[in-house]
Ligand binder design. Structure first.
Ligand code: 13P
Length: 264
């Protein structure tokens, strides 16, 4: 596989938390904390994924203060436009400078019955509008017992990628469902094993270059205490952080994981 330096991505998925005023306050605090720490955004990319109603406010703040955080959406419609009440299109997101969109988060697969096909079509819609899809995959505790850790994530990514053009950029987020919000993160080795299997699958269904360039994130009970272990793995290129992304100090410590590694 060709050697490509992958820029780590630390992404905060706020889920259904914080109104637009609270969103502005949190982004300001994160940006200040990272400024104090002289964070190098080119060395570690930082993205926040607020609820839809916050996106415009956060976009305005990022632009006005020339902040280098990237903006992400938590979902999007697979359709371009039209009679889809309640849906938000990729073009609308792109117009708000949204760089990334989560697709197939387990809370949407589980709570809204999203199939692999829907996830793939959402990824395609995002990509067509210039928004990079972050394709979420992960096994439940039952899956883990029955099939092992990698089988379901591999099946999910393979099915989703069938709908995405071959040359489209994407990010993969491996989030074991049992680790989400449970305080019970996977071990770094567990995350690495699945990330490596996912990268091998990317090589099979795409090519060496895409497999080498694609960032694979780990998500599930990530904290400032365990982040360095995950990012120390060769195939883990970042984190998708839920609960801990709602606290400015904690999230900025996670973003600065390289310092923990040096300090250790
Ligand atoms: P927690 O970090 O709260 O476990 O959530 C992970 C997650 O689902 C991020 O998308």
């Amino acid at each position: 596989m060709p050697f490509v330096e992958r820029t780590p991505l630390i992404a905060g998925n706020w889920k259904m938390n914080l109104d637009h005023l609270q969103a502005i306050a949190l982004v300001q605090k994160v940006a200040w904390a990272l400024q104090d720490a002289r964070h190098d955004y080119a060395a570690t990319e930082v993205a926040v994924f607020p609820p839809f109603t916050d996106l415009r406010s956060v976009q305005t703040l990022l632009a006005a203060d020339k902040l280098s955080l990237a903006l992400g959406a938590q979902d999007l419609s697979p359709h371009e436009s039209g009679a889809y009440t309640g849906d938000i299109s990729a073009a609308m997101l792109a117009k708000l400078d949204v760089a990334y969109a989560l697709v197939g988060h387990s809370e949407r697969r589980g709570g809204h019955g999203e199939s692999d096909e829907t996830v793939g079509l959402k990824a395609r819609a995002a990509s067509a509008a210039g928004v990079v899809p972050v394709i979420c995959v992960g096994e439940t505790a039952e899956d883990l017992e029955q099939h092992g850790a990698a089988a379901i994530p591999l099946a999910q990514i393979t099915a989703a990628l069938e709908h995405l053009p071959r040359d489209a950029e994407f990010v993969v987020a491996y989030e074991p469902v049992w680790a989400i919000g449970s305080g019970q993160a996977a071990t770094p080795q567990q995350a690495e094993d699945v990330a490596r299997a996912l990268r091998e699958r990317l090589r099979d269904v795409r090519d060496d270059e895409r497999a080498a360039a694609t960032r694979i994130l780990y998500g599930g009970s990530v904290t400032s205490q365990n982040i360095a272990g995950f990012l120390g793995q060769p195939n883990v290129d970042g984190a998708l952080v839920g609960g801990a992304s709602l606290k400015a100090d904690e999230f900025s410590r996670i973003v600065q994981f390289k310092k923990h590694v040096t300090a250790a």
